[in-house]
Design a protein around this ligand. Structure first.
Ligand code: DON
Length: 319
């Protein structure tokens, strides 16, 4: 392993040690330039690839940061576990499990083939098919009510009001043919609870919510804390929903690389194409990293390395 204290301690180390570890990891990976920014969403291709933010949020509410931890970026696929948790909380675990599933696809996040190979099953809530099917289940009488359910729900996880990035939303809406195709394919199998075009638009909005590495760390800490946001002490979802969400993340949070991720980092995690990665240490806290250069599966290269290093250095590894 690259890190020294690889054994899980059951708690985070002292504030001083966390600060030292964050400064150390930022310096260690500052010059790491491997990977490419995504080009399929024009607005994301414009980002400064050097940006690098790290945040750790403890379940007590203490937050530690290094680098560009407050720089805003769109949440993208990191929204998927949280919308899944909100929908699971509303509809119950049996309903979402039956309608979406919890097995990995072994295929890329935007695979059409995965839907076909699995006879119309969205497979799991972390790939686009499963996330679209989850978003189609969001309660609300109108598109605006359903959007507000998502925006407000994500905000409660983060402990502050989150907003839409209109530019990313417009940019992604113009290049969304593939997601719309997946939604239509699911619909053809009767696997989508609402209209495919409206569902894709709502899912795209959900992906365009603005967050920072600090927000991601707090959102992760809410999952680590049994559903109570450590900044506001507000219960967002039940503890059982957090458990279901974290097990779905362990299986498929990094898509076809989920096995490698669990082997290296030893904790549930979720990546997004804007370069955000969240890692959750149940009972301890959350880690949020922002670094825009991605590997071929769409996961932040430096984000994965930081998570691996800190998992050991902070004793967060589950195993
Ligand atoms: O649906 C998409 O393609 C994007 N809105 C989100 C994909 C994503 O973040 C995949 N993650 N690593």
């Amino acid at each position: 392993r690259t890190a020294q204290a690889a054994v899980s301690t059951g708690r985070l180390p002292t504030a001083e040690s966390v600060r030292a570890a964050l400064d150390g990891v930022r310096r260690r990976f500052q010059e790491d330039r491997e990977g490419e920014v995504p080009d399929y969403i024009p607005e994301l291709a414009e980002v400064d690839p050097e940006l690098f933010g790290i945040a750790v949020a403890h379940v007590s509410g203490n937050v530690f940061t290094a680098g560009d931890a407050d720089h805003p970026f769109s949440i993208q696929s990191v929204s998927k576990p949280f919308v899944f948790a909100l929908v699971n909380h509303e509809l119950g675990r049996d309903t979402v499990r039956r309608r979406i599933g919890v097995n990995s696809t072994g295929l890329p996040f935007n695979s059409v083939l995965a839907v076909e190979l699995n006879h119309g099953s969205p497979m799991n809530p972390m790939v686009n098919a499963g996330a679209l099917a989850t978003t189609a289940l969001v309660p609300g009488a109108s598109p605006e009510e359903r959007w507000e359910f998502i925006r407000h729900g994500l905000s409660r996880f983060a402990g502050r009001e989150l907003r839409l990035d209109e530019r990313v939303y417009a940019s992604e809406s113009g290049t969304n043919q593939r997601n719309e195709s997946i939604a239509r394919l699911l619909d053809s199998y009767g696997a989508l609870a609402r209209d495919p075009v409206a569902t894709t638009a709502l899912y795209t909005r959900q992906c365009s919510v603005t967050v920072s590495a600090r927000d991601l760390a707090v959102m992760g800490a809410t999952l680590a804390n049994g559903g109570v946001c450590p900044l506001t002490d507000e219960r967002v979802v039940d503890a059982g929903v957090c458990r279901d969400t974290l097990s779905a993340l362990a299986t498929a949070g990094l898509y076809e690389r989920s096995g490698d991720w669990l082997y290296e980092v030893g904790m549930p995690g979720k990546s997004g194409v804007s370069g955000g990665i969240i890692t959750v240490a149940p009972g301890k806290g959350g880690l949020g990293v922002f670094s825009p250069r991605l590997d071929e599966a769409g996961n932040s290269v430096r984000g994965q390395r930081v998570a691996h290093f800190l998992s050991g250095a902070l004793g967060m590894d589950l195993f």
